[in-house]
Ligand binder design. Structure first.
Ligand SMILES: Cc1ncc(COP(=O)(O)O)c(C=O)c1O
Length: 390
C-alpha cells in the first residue's frame, strides 16, 4: 500500500475479536476437541419469535427501505423514552434520544461531541477495548483509573478525581463492566456525577449490559434528577437486550442540546439507524419487557453455574470478578502474557478467550471469559477443560 495512513490509526492494535477468531479458524483444521467460544459478548439465543415475525411483515413495505430522520422516527424514540421512564423512573423525552448503529456508534457520537484532539478523557480500567481504540484514533489522551481487584474493580471516586486535568472533558465508565462484569453501585455513580458537576465535565456511562442485572431497583437514579442532561451522557446497546446485535441497534441519550450537536456527526457518519432496526426496537420496547426479564434470569443462572463450577477443587485459575456476561480471571501461567495464555488455551483445550492486555496496560495476567456465547449445559465442560490445563 502506498497511500498514507494516519499515525493515529496506525498505532492502534488490530481488533482483538478478529485476531482471536483467526486463531479459531486455524484451530478448526486440526482440532482435538470441539471449540468452546468464550470470546465474544453476544447472546447465544435468538430474538423473540414475535419480534422476528413482526419484522418479516415489514420487508414488503416500500417505506422500510427508506431513510428516516437522522435521530430516528418520532414514535420509536417515544417508545424508548417510555421504556426509560418505566425502568429508570427517568425524567426524559424522545428529544433526548438519538438512535445509532449500535452502542459503538453512540460512543463515537458522544466523544466527537465532547472532545477535540489533545483533550483528556478519564477511562476506568480494565476498559472496553473499542473505547480505547476509538479515543486513540481521535488523538484523545486516556488517563487510566486503576483497577482494584480487592473490590472487583468498583471505581474509586478519589482515584478518578485525582486524574482530572484542565483538559479533561469526560469520565468514561462501563457498568456492568466489560470485561469484569462488575456493576458500579448507584451511590458511586451519584458521586461520580457530582464530581463531573463540580468540574463541568461529562459522565459518559455505557450501560450496554444494564438489562442483565437482576434487581428490583433501577441501576441508578441519575435520570430522576431533572438536570441530569447537564453532565450525563448515556450509551446503550439494544442489540444485547433484544439479541439483535447484527441489526446494530444502539442509542445515545443526552440533553436535547447535546443531541442537537451530535446530529452533525450522525448525519456525516451514517445519516440514520436503518428503519427496519428502528421498527424492531419500538416493537420490542412496547412488547418484550417480560422476555428481557426472562433472559436476564437465564443469564443470572448461567453466571451462578459458572461461579459454582469455577470454585470446584483443582482449578488453578482465579476468578477475580464476574457478572452475568463475563468472568475476569487470572491465569496460572506465570511468565506468559495474556495473549500467550489465550493461545495456549485454544491450542491445548479448545477454549477461545480474550487476553487481558487488550483491556488495558498491565493486565497480561488476566483473561476474559464471555458467558453470553454458550448455554449453561456447556459450562461444566468449559470449566473442566480449564482445570485440566497444565
Ligand atoms: C461495553 C460495550 N459497549 C458497546 C458495545 C458495542 O455494542 P453494539 O454491538 O451495540 O455496537 C459492546 C459490545 O460488545 C460492549 O461490550
Amino acid at each position: 500500500m502506498k497511500c498514507p495512513v494516519s499515525p493515529h490509526i496506525a498505532k492502534v492494535n488490530y481488533p482483538p475479536i478478529s485476531e482471536v477468531k483467526q486463531w479459531a479458524a486455524e484451530y478448526q483444521h486440526g482440532k482435538k476437541l470441539p471449540l468452546i467460544d468464550l470470546c465474544q459478548a453476544v447472546p447465544d439465543y435468538p430474538p423473540a419469535e414475535a419480534l422476528t415475525r413482526y419484522m418479516a411483515t415489514l420487508l414488503s413495505d416500500p417505506l422500510t427501505s427508506r431513510y428516516t430522520p437522522d435521530e430516528g422516527l418520532p414514535h420509536v424514540r417515544e417508545a424508548l423514552a417510555a421504556r426509560y421512564r418505566r425502568m429508570y423512573g427517568a425524567e426524559l423525552a424522545a428529544g433526548n434520544i438519538c438512535l445509532t448503529i449500535g452502542a459503538s456508534q453512540a460512543f463515537w457520537l458522544a466523544m466527537m461531541t465532547l472532545c477535540q484532539a489533545g483533550d483528556d478523557v478519564i477511562v476506568q480500567t480494565p476498559y472496553y477495548f473499542d473505547h480505547d481504540m476509538g479515543l486513540a484514533m481521535l488523538d484523545i489522551r486516556r488517563l487510566y483509573a486503576p483497577f482494584d481487584p480487592a473490590n472487583g474493580g468498583i471505581p474509586s471516586v478519589q482515584a478518578i478525581s485525582e486524574l482530572i486535568t484542565p483538559r479533561t472533558k469526560a469520565i468514561l465508565l462501563v457498568t456492568p463492566s466489560n470485561p469484569t462484569g462488575t456493576v458500579t453501585p448507584p451511590e458511586t455513580l451519584e458521586l461520580l456525577y457530582r464530581l463531573c458537576e463540580e468540574n463541568n465535565i461529562a459522565l459518559v456511562l455505557d450501560e450496554t449490559y444494564a438489562d442483565f442485572i437482576l434487581a428490583d431497583a433501577p441501576p441508578h437514579k441519575l435520570f430522576t434528577n431533572p438536570e441530569w442532561g447537564d453532565h450525563l451522557v448515556h450509551i446503550m446497546s439494544l442489540g444485547k437486550t433484544y439479541s439483535l446485535t447484527g441489526y446494530r441497534a444502539g442509542l445515545l441519550l443526552a440533553s436535547e442540546r447535546f443531541i442537537h450537536q451530535a446530529l452533525k456527526a450522525q448525519d456525516t457518519m451514517v445519516v440514520c439507524q436503518p428503519r427496519l432496526t428502528q421498527m424492531a426496537i419500538a416493537f420490542a420496547a412496547e412488547n418484550l419487557d417480560s422476555w428481557v426479564r426472562e433472559n436476564c434470569r437465564m443469564m443470572t443462572k448461567r453466571h451462578e453455574i459458572f461461579c459454582r463450577e469455577f470454585a470446584l477443587p483443582g482449578n488453578r485459575f482465579e476468578l477475580v470478578a464476574s457478572g452475568s456476561f463475563f468472568g475476569w480471571v487470572r491465569h496460572p501461567f506465570h511468565g506468559l502474557t495474556g495473549r500467550q495464555a489465550a493461545k495456549k488455551m485454544i491450542d491445548e483445550a479448545g477454549l477461545l478467550t480474550l487476553p487481558g492486555e487488550v483491556f488495558g496496560p498491565g493486565f497480561e495476567g488476566y483473561l476474559r471469559l464471555s458467558l453470553g456465547n454458550i448455554g449453561e449445559e456447556k459450562l461444566p465442560e468449559a470449566i473442566a477443560r480449564l482445570r485440566d490445563l497444565h
